[in-house]
Design a protein around this ligand. Structure first.
Ligand SMILES: [Zn+2]
Length: 317
C-alpha cells in the first residue's frame, strides 16, 4: 500500500498534466467518471495517502487501499483500469483503487496540518491529539490518519525502531522526550522514505520492517499483528522500551525484557556478546563511573531474562 511519500512521488510525476484537458475517460469505476471528459486538470494535491485531482468546482480523490497502483503513459495489460484519463499527450491509469468525487472545497475537508509531509504539518497539534488518547498503543496511534496522515505500516515499524520505542507502549505513558521524538521522527522518517524510494533503495534501508534479527542486539525480532489495527509489527524486546499505563506488578511476567512504567522504575537491559552469551546490565548508570553495572553473564537469553526478573522481585521486596 502506498504510504504518504509514495503519493508525493506520484504528485511529482504527474505535474506535466496540470492545465491539460482530458479528452476521454475509461475505466470500470462505478462513479460517474465520464463527467471528467472535457475537464481541465487544475492541480494535483495530496493529503496523507489520498491523491487528489482538482478540477473547476470539484475534485477526485484516489485512495490506493491495499493493492492499488498507477501507471503513466503506459497501460498495464495485466490489470483492469479503474480510472484512465486520456490527454492529447499522455495518459494516466489507476488500478484497484477507490475513486470518489469531492464536491466540497478541499480546504474545508482536509486539515493539511495533520499531513506529516505537508509544509503546514503541526507537531503541536499532533501532540494535543495524542494527549487525548493516553491508552492507545503507539502502533495504532502512528497509523491514525487523523493524527499522522501519510504514515503507513513501514514508517510505523521503522520509526519505533529508530527511537528505541516498543510499539505496544501506551501513548499516555511516554515521557515528554519520547513523545516529542515520536512526532518528530514520524515526519523525518517519511522524508527519508521519500529520498530512498526515489533512489530505489528503500528496502535496503529497512532496519526492522520484515526483518528477522535486530541489527542492534543480534537477537530475533518479535513479529506480531499488534494493536487494534492488527498490522504486521516487527520489534526488538531488548532495545525497544515498553512504556505502559499498567502498574509494574501486572506486567513483570509478560516476557518483556525492558519495562518502564510512568514512574520510570527501571529494570535491566540485555546485550548479546560476541561470544554468544547474554549480559545483563543495569539500566541506570553508576553515578561514579558513568557506566552501566554488569549484573551477570548468561548462556541463554531466557536465563538472562529470568535473572532480570529475580532482580526486579528482589528490588520490590
Ligand atoms: Zn534490539
Amino acid at each position: 500500500m502506498p504510504e504518504g511519500p509514495s503519493i508525493i512521488i506520484l504528485k511529482e510525476l504527474v505535474q506535466p498534466f496540470i492545465g491539460k484537458k482530458i479528452l476521454s475517460v475509461t475505466g470500470n469505476s462505478k462513479q460517474d467518471i465520464q463527467r471528467l471528459s472535457g475537464q481541465k486538470v487544475l492541480d494535483f494535491k495530496s493529503w496523507g495517502k489520498h491523491f487528489l485531482i482538482c478540477f473547476n468546482k470539484f475534485s477526485i480523490r484516489i485512495h490506493f487501499m491495499l493493492f492499488g497502483s498507477y501507471s503513466i503513459n503506459e497501460r498495464k495489460e495485466t490489470k483492469k483500469t479503474r480510472l484512465g484519463l486520456h490527454f492529447k499527450e499522455g495518459e494516466l491509469f489507476f488500478y484497484a483503487c477507490s475513486v470518489k468525487f469531492i464536491e466540497e472545497d478541499l480546504d474545508d475537508l482536509y486539515d493539511w496540518r495533520a499531513d506529516v509531509m505537508n509544509d503546514n504539518w503541526s507537531p503541536a497539534r499532533a501532540k494535543n491529539k495524542l494527549k487525548q488518547i493516553p491508552d492507545t498503543l503507539v502502533c495504532d496511534a502512528l497509523l491514525d490518519q487523523h493524527i499522522f496522515a501519510g504514515v503507513g505500516n513501514i514508517i510505523k515499524n521503522e520509526v519505533c525502531f529508530r527511537i528505541f520505542l516498543h510499539p505496544e507502549s501506551n501513548v499516555g505513558a511516554l515521557p515528554a522526550k519520547q513523545l516529542n521524538q515520536l512526532i518528530k521522527e514520524a515526519r523525518n522518517y517519511s522524508f527519508d522514505f521519500l529520498k530512498w524510494k526515489k533512489a530505489y533503495v528503500l528496502r535496503k534501508h529497512w532496519l526492522a520492517h520484515t526483518k528477522k534479527i535486530c541489527p542492534r542486539c543480534e537477537i530475533p525480532f518479535i513479529k506480531k499483528y499488534a494493536g487494534k489495527t492488527q498490522r504486521r509489527t516487527f520489534f526488538c524486546i531488548n532495545c525497544q522500551v515498553l512504556y505502559n499505563n499498567l502498574p509494574l506488578k501486572n506486567n513483570s511476567n509478560d516476557g518483556t525484557v525492558i519495562v518502564k512504567n510512568k514512574k520510570q522504575q527501571l529494570q535491566g537491559m540485555i546485550r548479546k556478546l560476541k561470544s554468544g552469551e547474554y549480559r545483563l546490565y543495569s539500566r541506570v548508570k553508576d553515578t561514579k563511573t558513568n557506566k552501566r553495572k554488569n549484573l551477570g553473564t548468561f548462556n541463554t537469553l531466557a536465563a538472562a531474562k529470568k535473572h532480570e526478573q529475580e532482580i526486579q522481585y528482589f528490588k520490590k521486596k
